[in-house]
Ligand binder design. Structure first.
Ligand SMILES: Nc1ncnc2c1ncn2[C@@H]1O[C@H](COP(=O)(O)OP(=O)(O)OP(=O)(O)O)[C@@H](O)[C@H]1O
Length: 248
């Protein structure tokens, strides 16, 4: 039964791209304040599931509920859900012609209708939180990949979202920059921010996740605590995947 603790409910969701079935009857719940990590091979459906959660993709079958609201094609609901759910992508998606500060104030002004002054105050708070306040007046191209991703996280946080979705946030980074981004994410997890993270970083999953879901071919094959999934996988498919993955 659904509880008010459940901020996201995904119920029997399927999604097709032409003949490709990206999600097969997927169900999961995300509890308020918890960290849920999606793992699985490339093409297993992790991104599609995240994108359905904030309605960047629309499920073909099943239901998705976010904070008590059923997602539908109603534009008002879609806009509200998108404002309440922050998303951090693999490729940062910062505007190259805007400074870091402008990147973080833009959506706050348009979507949250904040004044420039308020938006800048919040932007600076969040830049401090991710440890790069001194870069506020730089352009994205003047920052390292890790710093750009931290700006993207600050931008998402500045919207004061109810949930943060991360789609392989460290996959495009050089190895030496991965840790600085994962450390920021770990801090957010400790602060009780609700997060759903698709990642290949098993060390992060082990340290931060309340629940791990292993996906393969559009299905959730196995779910549980990191200890259950990593140390005592029940299915051969999970064991096989984990045996090919680098733990760090
Ligand atoms: N817009 C799209 N059009 C057509 N097929 C798509 C589209 N998006 C995803 N797919 C297909 O859906 C399946 C699931 O893809 P998805 O990106 O969700 O997997 P993933 O687990 O996130 O993979 P990765 O780890 O490589 O990002 C794949 O077969 C993919 O090719």
């Amino acid at each position: 039964m659904a509880s008010t603790d459940d901020i996201i409910i995904v119920k029997n969701v399927s999604k097709f791209f032409g003949k490709v079935q990206a999600l097969r009857n997927v169900s999961l719940t995300v509890k308020r304040g918890s960290v849920v990590v999606l793992i699985g091979p490339s093409g297993s459906g992790k991104s599609t599931l995240l994108r359905c959660m904030n309605h960047m993709e629309i499920e073909d079958e099943g239901e998705i509920w976010v904070d008590g609201q059923r997602l539908s094609r109603d534009e008002k609901i879609i806009n509200q859900v998108r404002a309440d759910i922050g998303m951090v992508f693999q490729h940062f998606n910062l505007y190259p012609h805007l400074t870091v500060l402008q990147n973080i104030t833009l959506a706050q002004r348009i979507v949250r209708k904040r004044s420039q002054e308020e938006a800048e105050t919040i932007a600076m708070e969040q830049l401090k939180r991710v440890g790069i306040a001194e870069k506020a007046h730089n352009y994205p191209a003047q920052l390292s990949g890790g710093q750009q991703q931290r700006v993207a996280i600050a931008r998402a946080l500045a919207m004061k979202p109810k949930i943060l979705l991360f789609d392989e946030p460290t996959s495009a980074l050089d190895p030496e920059m991965i840790k600085e981004v994962l450390d920021v994410m770990l801090d957010l997890a400790k602060a009780g921010i609700t997060m759903v993270v698709a990642t290949h970083e098993m060390g992060f999953a082990r340290a931060a996740a309340d629940e791990v879901h292993f996906m393969d071919e559009g299905c959730i094959v196995e779910s549980g605590t990191p200890e259950m999934v990593f140390d005592h996988p029940r299915f051969e498919r999970t064991r096989q995947f984990l045996s090919q993955i680098l733990f760090r």
